[in-house]
Write a protein that binds this ligand. Structure first.
Ligand code: TXA
Ligand code: MG
Length: 343
């Protein structure tokens, strides 16, 4: 299959979305930008089209997809038993980087929900995503547009690396603003549970819904606690080499890296701790979690491009959106942490 590329530079270009929207409605696969990461979209009411997403990504078929919408009217068609707390979250954070998991209606194909009785809905804020979904006229089923297991794409070039020749269209809308996937919240009971951390933090949510908690597996790193979100149990975001996360004082971390560095080493660091070595990339200032979120996946992909075999990363601060950054980084590292103060 030849993949078509469409670049959207400004509002005038939004009319170029009509064709890919038609392609999607009639069963094709179209990758599109959102404020979080690029999504790989199919018509969310067409089970056969949805199956093609699993094929293109190599995604395990017990991992459900989220449906993307461009207005609130279609919600009652897709979800039922919508609680008051869910309404508060929708009113405050939609459109935006938040996915809500509801009890589903019979309209949602089994291919989308992977056999679960629930469905995740997301109302993106990104202008291109919004216009594209609106033109498609159907809910758009879309996981992140990466090959399963690889870092999520935050640029159209990342989508191309993974999906060229496998999907109909890639819509290029530039680099994603946030760079980490949406916060996923289960709202099937009155007290919501955060299944995946993101830009909208637990503190943001607690201001409106004080009792909200993380799903246990996000805070207890034990083998026996199974995540409620099927996607969180898989190996994820992993570069091809082995990534180690270093904790301890910046001086000791630097010392550790320098004594283990060779030409196939990669380093993920901050502006303040930059050593000026080849294959060393900064996520930004040590105090800027937003910048770390935006740059993390791009850097993990650069390690692969440069054939790095072993990578070392500084542990970022886990406050605010930093919690989500640490969550993705630790997953990418398969939980490998080294305390540089104890060496
Ligand atoms: O920001 C995002 O959410 C991006 C953009 C494209 O919207 N999408 C995304 O989709 O990250 P995906 O499929 O890569 O991640 C969705 C996560 C997975 O971990 C999946 O298991 C979980 O949400 N999920 C989806 N439906 C669910 C459900 N019904 N119950 C529990 N977890 C669900
Ligand atoms: Mg994903």
């Amino acid at each position: 299959m030849r993949t078509k590329y469409i670049k959207i530079n400004n509002d005038k270009d939004l009319r170029k979305l009509r064709k890919p929207a038609d392609i999607l409605r009639y069963g094709g696969l179209v990758a599109f930008p959102t404020e979080t990461v690029y999504g790989l979209g199919a018509n969310g009411l067409d089970g056969q089209a949805v199956n093609k997403i699993f094929e293109a990504k190599g995604r395990p078929n017990d991992n459900p997809l989220i449906l993307h919408i461009s207005d609130l009217e279609c919600i009652d068609k897709l979800a039922c038993e919508i609680t008051d707390t869910a309404k508060i979250l929708m009113d405050n954070f939609w459109p935006g980087p938040m996915t809500l998991v509801f009890k589903k209606t019979g309209v949602v194909p089994k291919e989308v929900s992977a056999g679960l009785k629930t469905v995740g809905l997301r109302f993106p804020e990104n202008k291109i995503a919004h216009e594209f979904i609106k033109l498609a006229g159907v809910p758009v089923a879309a996981p992140s547009a990466n090959t399963s297991g690889r870092p999520s794409p935050t640029k159209a070039s990342h989508v191309k690396e993974d999906m060229d020749g496998k999907i109909d269209v890639i819509i290029d809308g530039g680099q994603c603003d946030i760079g980490l996937e949406s916060t996923v919240i289960d709202v099937t009971s009155e007290l919501p549970v955060i299944l995946r951390p993101g830009k909208i933090t637990i503190e943001d949510i607690r201001r409106l819904v004080p009792g909200v908690e993380y799903d246990r597996h996000l805070v207890e790193h034990s083998e026996v606690v199974k995540p409620k979100s099927p996607g969180m149990k898989y190996k994820h975001y992993a570069p091809k080499g082995e990534l180690y996360i270093l904790t301890g004082s910046p001086e000791n971390v630097k010392k550790y890296i320098l004594s283990h560095y060779n030409e196939s080493t990669g380093i993920i660091t901050f502006d303040e701790t930059f050593l000026s070595l080849p294959n060393e990339f900064s996520v930004g200032s040590i105090n800027d979690s937003d910048s770390a979120a935006k740059n993390l996946f791009d850097i993990l992909r650069k390690f692969d491009d440069n054939n790095c075999k072993v990578m070392y990363g500084f542990m970022p601060d886990d406050k605010g959106v930093g919690f989500a950054v640490c969550n993705r980084l630790l997953k990418a590292a398969g939980g490998r942490i080294i305390d540089a103060d104890k060496i």
